[in-house]
Design a protein around this ligand. Sequence first.
Ligand code: MEV
Length: 330
Amino acid sequence: MTTSSAPGKVYLFGEHAVVYGEPAVPCAIERRARVTVEERDDDRVRVEADELTLDGFTVMWGGESGDRPDVNVPTPLVEAAMGYIDNALEQARDAADAPDAGFDITVESDIPLGAGLGSSAAVVVAGIDAGTRELGVELDPIEIADRAYQVEYEVQDGQASRADTFCSAMGGVVRVQGDDCRRIEGVSNLPFVVGYDGGSGDTGELVAGVRKLKEEYEFAENTVESIGDIVRNGESALRNDDLEELGRLMDFNHGLLSALGVSGRTLDSMVWTAREADALGAKLTGAGGGGCIVALDRTEQTKTALEYTPGCEAAFRAELDTDGVRVESE
Ligand code: MEV
């Protein structure tokens, strides 16, 4: 039996634009998905998933892969989660040259599903690591990131960048532009606060919406390029440890994401709460629609203000996680 874990992430800058070749800077946070894999003596797969989100709902599933789970979260989210797990196992079988391996899987996660914190990437990365180790093969994190990207690409119908999967596999602060993925070293802890509205967005749909706007309007295309400029400015602010500038750029980035139609009422409302609480900056994180915002605040003010904001279900401080994927027990 093998358990591996991998972190979720927030986007400091660059979601959506990264799909079109602009750079993005996601940061791993200390919220993890843990996947336990035990090889079976037949070729079947059984999945149990507990606590696939923060507060509010729980997925309890003790069925065969392919059955319909009995859950109180939207079925498409759970079906998507199963697609990720099935494909991650396929990658593990491929890497270990064990095409008929069957598994009992347990997924535990403290990253809300579909909320912009990289839950699917973390489950896939941890699943590939645990699955291959269980079959006697150890992959390096770069190969895990690459295989996890293939899974996201497949499940999201080709609408995925390498950002989420690379960040989850490597940990820390990373820069992703197309196939060029690297860690940014030497960043001191960033005072992230996350606000979660209890909802989620459909990544595929939101990415397709931005693509359509881009095709229709030249200024939407320019907006995507401007997000790239924000990221480039953000990189020098990171090098200079200039939190004030990082905050201003996050505000800008949120405005441009709103213009591209991927924010939402509760995300905007949480962003405004953060600004009024004197956060250095705030933006949605991930695909948008619903889910999470991330703010920068050295004080407790933003977290407290978010806790009293209608529509905000949970607010928490998110520490940077310098560890990527890791084995917990073998
Ligand atoms: C989703 O977490 C981030 C997007 O940029 C899509 C991707 O990069 O795959 C919206």
